[in-house]
Design a protein around this ligand. Structure first.
Ligand code: SPD
Length: 384
């Protein structure tokens, strides 16, 4: 064979081997994340054209990343009895903490509970998975007003979980009902609650209280107004024992503090420990919010299926009612509400009357000003 012909044969043989490897060799699918821990599991083989893709099986354990004391733990037992799936709970204290976790690339969370404005931000950031409504037939139980919320029309990404308000909790046997946010923002060294009050460790909530007191929109992006609110928050620090979003209601119930800025149901829950604990929305107004069950985009198909089963379970009327009776927040589930006792449905702390409701504001995404709120909040926290 001439030298050139030998070379041609050699190149052709090499090409044939390469083609064989490409067609016949196994292609490796990306590794999947373990249901709860997020560690890498064994690799999977991509189905060939003849094989139907294997049906997704629900993860046997999922992590529910929730606000603290926000669900009756018995719900987990009932869900496990029915499906065999274990739910492990982990807690966050603010929407911003939850966002930072997801943006930081954390995996392993199957269900998260962002509030209204944060759902909007997370959708825009591509952090949420679209829900498969076929797996959540109980979505039909939602009251009409919660089926088409502006931050997530048609419940494409999330299902409303519970709603409530933000105001002031106080010990009614030691303090008169606070009429104004001035009790926090104009600290009086002679007031019994001076040094015995807390505010939420939550940028948007604490700025909202200050902005509402100043007569501004709690969703303002005006830098001068925000600086004024920052100064007011710094002024309030003299009368505060600290910032707290997790145990503030217990500190009032125990008598250690006399006042706290916080969430309606948390104070009602702590009333079980001290019947003198009361809650009010100051005359200037307050915040109304709805928290939502959503699935992070990072969830594996197995986690997502188990998460949808869990969301569907929570939307069962008896389970929805059980959750409201535990955490004292209003249910967006019309069928669950039918099972709740009259005194719960008539409690003005849970369902504020129209006159109070007209003074409540939903927090909304503030776009680029989000960073400004955070920077000013850091200044508040760092101030002496
Ligand atoms: N302990 C549960 C508290 C739930 C609070 N939801 C937060 C709303 C924030 N705007």
């Amino acid at each position: 064979m001439r030298r050139t012909t030998r070379w041609v044969w050699l190149v052709m043989a090499l090409l044939a081997v390469l083609a064989l490897v490409a067609c016949g060799g196994k292609t490796e699918a990306p590794a999947t994340e373990a249901a709860a821990g997020g560690e890498t599991t064994q690799e999977q083989t991509a189905p060939t054209q003849e094989q139907a893709p294997a049906e997704v099986q629900p993860a046997q354990e999922i992590v529910f990343y929730n606000w603290s004391e926000y669900i009756d733990p018995e719900v987990y037992d009932l869900f496990k009895e029915e499906t065999g799936i274990t739910v492990v709970e982990d807690n966050f204290s603010s929407n911003e903490e939850l966002l930072a976790k997801l943006k930081g690339g954390v995996t392993g969370y199957a269900v998260i509970v962002p509030s209204d404005y944060m759902v909007n931000i997370m959708i825009q950031e591509g952090l949420l998975a679209e829900l498969n409504h076929d797996n959540i037939p109980n979505i039909k139980n939602l009251a009409e007003e919660w089926r088409n919320v502006p931050f997530d029309p048609g419940n494409k990404y999330c299902v409303p979980y519970q709603w409530g308000t933000t105001g002031i909790g106080y010990l009614s046997d030691q303090v008169d009902e606070p009429q104004s946010w001035a009790v926090l923002f104009e600290p009086d060294p002679n007031a019994p609650w001076y040094g015995r009050a807390t505010m939420l460790d939550d940028a948007r909530e604490s700025f909202a209280a200050a902005l509402i007191y100043l007569g501004y929109d709690p969703n303002t992006t005006d830098e001068a107004q925000l600086q004024e609110a920052r100064d007011l928050l710094i002024q309030a620090k003299a009368g505060l024992s600290g910032y707290d979003s997790d145990t503030y209601e217990d500190l009032v119930a125990s008598g250690e503090n006399l006042l706290a800025h916080g969430w309606s149901g948390d104070f009602l829950m702590a009333q079980e420990d001290n019947e003198n604990l009361a809650y009010t929305i100051p005359q200037e107004g307050g915040v109304i919010w709805v928290d939502n069950l959503c699935i992070p985009a990072s969830a594996t198909p197995e986690e997502k299926l188990a998460a949808e089963m869990f969301i569907n379970f929570i939307l069962r009327p008896d389970i929805g009612a059980k959750i409201s009776e535990y955490n004292y927040y209003a249910s967006p589930n019309a069928e669950a509400e039918k099972l709740l006792p009259e005194d719960f449905l008539n409690d003005p702390t849970v369902y504020p009357p129209a006159e109070v409701r007209s003074k409540l504001h939903f927090l909304k995404p503030v776009g680029d000003a989000e960073a400004l709120y955070q920077r000013l909040w850091d200044e508040v926290k760092a101030a002496p």
